[in-house]
Design a binder for this molecule. Structure first.
Ligand SMILES: Cc1cc2nc3c(=O)[nH]c(=O)nc-3n(C[C@H](O)[C@H](O)[C@H](O)COP(=O)(O)O)c2cc1C
Length: 181
């Protein structure tokens, strides 16, 4: 079984990356793990043309970049998205990726699809102390999973985290979450 772990932050060495690394270490005992960072990819914003609503294909010249990311999703049985709060939402880079996934959105026919039977998990982190902001981010990720027909199996919200050094005291919480994946 394969697990795909996505760092939804553009920061490759921050708190999100640290959590993604810990998740990867935990899951590698059970799964073949692939980790990616949204910053590994460069792509333009969706123009909202809706061609894909009729063709299930993106007309933009960099469509292959998104197809490559979706191939990573397609190869995985388990998907874990780890996202920080940027202005109380997912980072713009990750939102831009989701927008470009409209050819795969199940609200129109035809639509592209990944293989069924995948399980999705969401981890949200933020610097502030209140959980509702994490829940909003989890909601965005689970909305995305829903339209890709990835089953939402679990989520974790982590408040009061800014830098990677803030992750160490929360290690056990994250390990416990991973035990249920
Ligand atoms: C542009 C930006 C916006 C942020 N907005 C929020 C916010 O609205 N609420 C919050 O609690 N933390 C916010 N943060 C803090 C991040 O959620 C927190 O530092 C997180 O650990 C960042 O992880 P990263 O460095 O791996 O991206 C923001 C950070 C940045 C860089």
């Amino acid at each position: 079984m394969k697990a795909l772990i996505i760092n939804c932050s553009p920061v490759r060495t921050g708190a999100t990356a640290e959590i993604a690394k810990l998740v990867s270490e935990q899951l590698s005992a059970k799964y073949s793990v692939k980790s990616i960072c949204i910053d590994d990819y460069s792509f333009s914003f969706c123009k909202g043309c809706r061609s894909c609503h009729n063709t299930a294909k993106c007309v933009m010249s960099d469509a292959i970049v998104i197809e490559n990311i979706m191939n990573e999703y397609d190869e995985a049985d388990i998907i874990v998205s780890v996202s920080p709060s940027y202005w109380a939402d997912i980072p713009g880079q990750f939102k831009a990726f989701i927008d470009r996934c409209t050819p795969w959105c199940n609200t129109h026919e035809p639509h592209a699809s990944i293989k069924p039977g995948k399980n999705g998990y969401a981890i949200a982190l933020r610097t502030g102390p209140n959980m509702p902001e994490c829940e909003k981010i989890i909601g965005s990720i689970e909305h995305f999973y829903g339209h890709l027909e990835i089953e939402c199996k679990g989520h974790l919200g982590l408040t009061s985290i800014e830098y990677k050094t803030d992750v160490e005291p929360r290690k056990q919480e994250i390990i416990d979450f991973c035990k249920n994946i």
